[in-house]
Design a protein around this ligand. Structure first.
Ligand code: GLU
Length: 362
């Protein structure tokens, strides 16, 4: 099995912000034991900014981007050293991979990342992945490592995504009596509402929002996602062998194939085309391509080949995403027109504005 584990700063560092070397050592030892059963692991690890800040003896949390980037530059080698040393004690090799969203944007680059990761795990190396915080600015950042972990899991076609957190799972139910939901079949609006509240007894659900977003990416790509307490490393073995611990969000039965998952989640949407309910139905239930005739309105500034969102103008709901064959100016000119008319207006003539092979219903 290919397993991606996401471990966050709160699990990896102590109150002083310093890396918890003992934890990293125990975590690595558990992974090495499980590797004996032929499982392959990839770790998406945070901790860089916190470790760097503590190394520099700065007490306050970084506010500006350049502070965060500077602390990450100091902290990332510390994180990496901790893993390298821990794995080496068991004769295993760890490798560092630092990514930005840009690496997921272009198909060639994305496949390159996928190949590199697969080559590492085939060689029994444990990739330690983090966002390249020292260079990532807003346009090219993932925002959080939960999303990064889900995109990595989708890219390599992982079997499981395990998200460590500091509570025992995903809490739901009434605020006065929150309880862990052991299994989530579908991430409904109600489930999402649980992620946005904090429980009253201190078992915080803070941070669950990004975990759910990540889980939605993973399960739509066919990957079971488990949210569990990262401090309880003894549970890892059970989780890997399919026993229940924490919350499992089940992979969708009908999930997106690799390329469609990339279109849906890895590429950032650069704009929106609006269609009416009738055209939306044709796309959703009949799996057709999007033609200019069905387009009512265009938003954003995009180029040919960019990912754009398709929204229902009547309900204002985004329902699909696809790779567009025309730039935004041209779509503006050809919208509502029949294919035969487009030839008179536009230079590049493609029958479909978004071909069904490049269109994903969300
Ligand atoms: N990449 C950041 C770090 O290593 C953390 C981001 C996150 O935890 O989501 O400090």
């Amino acid at each position: 099995m290919k397993i991606v584990i996401k471990v966050g700063t709160s699990t990896l560092t102590g109150k002083d912000g310093l890396l918890n070397i003992k934890y990293i050592s125990d975590f690595s030892e558990n992974i090495v034991k499980l590797q004996k059963d032929k499982h392959k692991f990839l770790i998406v690890s945070s901790g860089a900014i916190s470790a760097g800040r503590s190394r520099l003896n700065v007490n306050i949390k970084p506010i500006t981007l350049r502070e965060k980037q500077a602390y990450a530059a100091v902290g990332q080698p510390l994180v990496m050293n901790a893993y390298s040393d821990a794995f080496l004690r068991h004769g295993k090799i760890a490798a560092q991979i630092l990514l930005t969203r840009y690496d997921f944007e272009k198909r060639v680059q994305y496949i390159n990342v996928r190949n590199t990761l697969n080559t590492l795990i085939e060689n029994d190396v444990i990739p330690i992945i983090n966002e390249n915080d020292s260079v990532a600015v807003e346009e090219i950042n993932f925002g959080d490592n939960d999303t990064l972990a889900a995109l990595v899991a989708a890219a390599i076609g992982a079997d499981k995504l395990i998200i460590f957190t500091d509570v025992d799972g995903f809490y739901g139910g009434h605020l006065s009596k929150p309880h862990i939901i052991p299994e989530i079949e579908t991430v409904t609006e109600q489930i999402e509402s649980f992620a946005s509240v904090k429980s009253s007894n201190g078992t915080g659900t803070g941070g669950m929002k990004t975990k759910l977003i990540a889980a939605k990416i993973a399960v739509s790509s066919g990957i079971d996602t488990i949210i569990t307490n990262g401090q309880k490393l003894n549970l890892l073995k059970d989780i890997v062998s399919g026993c229940r611990a924490g919350t499992i969000i089940k992979a969708k039965q009908r999930y997106l194939k690799a390329k469609k998952s990339w279109i849906a989640f890895s590429k950032k949407s650069k704009g929106t085309v609006f269609v009416d309910t009738k055209a939306a139905d044709v796309l959703v239930s009949r799996g057709k391509s999007l033609l200019a005739a069905g387009i009512k309105k265009v938003n954003g500034n995009f180029k040919r080949g960019d990912a754009v969102t398709i929204s229902n103008i009547d309900t204002n709901k985004d329902f699909a995403r696809g790779l567009i064959n025309y730039d935004s100016e041209t779509v503006e000119r050809i919208k509502g027109r029949k294919t035969s008319d487009i030839k008179k207006i536009a230079d590049v003539v493609e029958e479909e504005v978004i071909h069904c092979d490049n269109l994903v219903i969300l």
